[in-house]
Design a protein. Sequence first.
Length: 239
Amino acid sequence: MLFSKRRLSRFTVPAVVLALGITACGSSSNKSGSGGSAGNGVASKSPNGIVQAAVGALKGVRTVHVSGSVTSSGVPLTLDLSLVSGKGGTGSMSENGLAFQVVTTGNTVYIKGSDAFWSHFGGSTAAKLFHGKWLKAPATGEFAALAELANTQALFNKLLSSHGKLSKGSTTTVAGQPAVAVTDSSDGGTLYVATTGKPYPVELVKKGSSGGHISFDRFNQPVSLTAPANAIDASKLGG
């Protein structure tokens, strides 16, 4: 057995779910800015109204770039993914320095890991076999979480649906985008929503030892999804 698909899936699933699992809103931000309405008017809404405006703006989004880093149980997680609703996604992820590239398209997931990644999950034999190569596997069962990245609406619903009592924070600029903060009394994260253009979520921030940040941009910009050629088919490997 060159590697354990179950061990591999236990890496990829938490990397997606935990990294994107910061609750939508949280503790007050110290970022400065002027209050009041501006641009799209979202800054004048109630805290719940701001979140609902963000949810509404996300309906029909075709593509989005999601990037950032968080810490879960003391383990650093990073991601840099371009997602295409209903089709798949492409980008890179890492957990505790173990990096891999990922492409999901249709019902198939492709993974290209670093030598350290493959050594960790399959030892020296796997590292040699997969060096510079892609692994191909069905995007079902243990790899289903990666396939779910293609459903951007479900992804954002998961992020924005669960929160405690909300309050509106100050307006500020996040990555050059004017935005308003919404705070939550329950979990220590902050949601920033754009106050110009469509009220898209701009960033989720959570402070503390298990915190981090996830940014959202490049909404509806072109994303190319291409299945890697000459990938090694996992179904033809032992284990």
